[in-house]
Design a binder for this molecule. Structure first.
Ligand SMILES: [Fe+2]
Ligand SMILES: [Fe+2]
Length: 210
C-alpha cells in the first residue's frame, strides 16, 4: 500500500470537505405541485412574497448554520448527519424559491450576508463540540417552528399552495429539533436564546422588505 505523505492527506481532507459542502437537496417533491393556483389580489401576492422571502432567507441561514456547525466536527458520522439535515433545508429553500417565482417575486438581496454570518455563528456556537452544536440546532429549530406557525396565520386561507409548503416545512423543522434532542443536545443559555431571537428578528424585518 502506498504511504501517503502528510501533504497528500491534507489535500485529500480538503477534497473531502469541498465535496461535503456541495450541498444538494434531497430532491423531495414540491409539496404544492398538485394544488391548483387560486385567484389572489396583487396586494395579497405582494404580502405572501414578502413572507416567503423571509422564509427563504431563513433557509439560506439554515444552510450556513449546519455547514458552520459541521466544519470543526471531527466525527465523520456526526458531520454527515449535520450535512444531511442541511440537504433537507436545501429542499425547503427550493420550495420557497419556487413559490416566490410562481408569484413573480424576488428573493432577498441580503442572502449572502445571512449565509456567511450563519456559517460564522455555527462555528462560534459549536466550538467544535457536538452536543453544543445540537443544543444550538434544537433551539433554532424550535424558534423556526414557532415562526412558521406565526406565518401560517398570516397567509390568506385560500392560498392552499403556500400553506401546504409551510406546513410541510414546519413538520420537518420539528423533526430536526427532535433529532438534535435525541442525539444529546446541550440546552443553550437564556442569554444565547435572547441573542438568537434578536438576530432572527433583524433578519425577518430586513428580508421582509428587501
Ligand atoms: Fe428548513
Ligand atoms: Fe430545520
Amino acid at each position: 500500500m502506498i504511504k501517503l505523505s502528510k501533504f497528500d492527506n491534507f489535500l485529500s481532507d480538503i477534497n473531502e470537505i469541498l465535496n461535503d459542502y456541495d450541498i444538494k437537496s434531497t430532491g423531495k417533491d414540491y409539496p404544492a405541485k398538485d394544488i391548483a393556483e387560486t385567484n389572489l389580489s396583487e396586494s395579497q401576492k405582494k404580502e405572501i412574497v414578502s413572507l416567503m422571502r423571509v422564509n427563504h432567507s431563513g433557509e439560506v441561514a439554515a444552510q450556513g448554520l449546519y455547514i458552520g456547525h459541521s466544519i470543526f466536527e471531527k466525527n465523520k458520522e456526526n458531520r454527515r448527519s449535520l450535512l444531511h439535515t442541511a440537504s433537507e433545508e436545501k429542499n425547503h429553500l427550493e420550495w420557497c424559491e419556487k413559490r416566490i417565482s410562481e408569484l413573480n417575486g424576488n428573493t432577498s438581496i441580503l442572502n449572502p450576508i445571512w449565509f456567511l454570518g450563519s456559517i460564522a455563528i455555527g462555528i462560534i456556537s459549536s466550538k467544535g463540540k457536538y452536543n453544543r452544536s445540537l443544543g444550538f440546532i434544537e433551539e433554532t429549530e424550535k424558534q423556526v417552528s414557532e415562526h412558521l406557525d406565526n406565518h401560517l396565520k398570516k397567509i390568506p386561507v385560500e392560498d392552499k399552495k403556500t400553506i401546504t409548503i409551510l406546513e410541510k416545512m414546519k413538520s420537518e423543522e420539528e423533526m430536526h429539533g427532535l433529532k438534535a434532542n435525541e442525539q444529546g443536545a446541550q440546552e443553550v443559555s437564556k442569554q444565547t436564546k435572547k441573542i438568537m431571537e434578536l438576530v432572527s428578528e433583524i433578519m425577518k424585518k430586513t428580508s421582509y422588505l428587501i
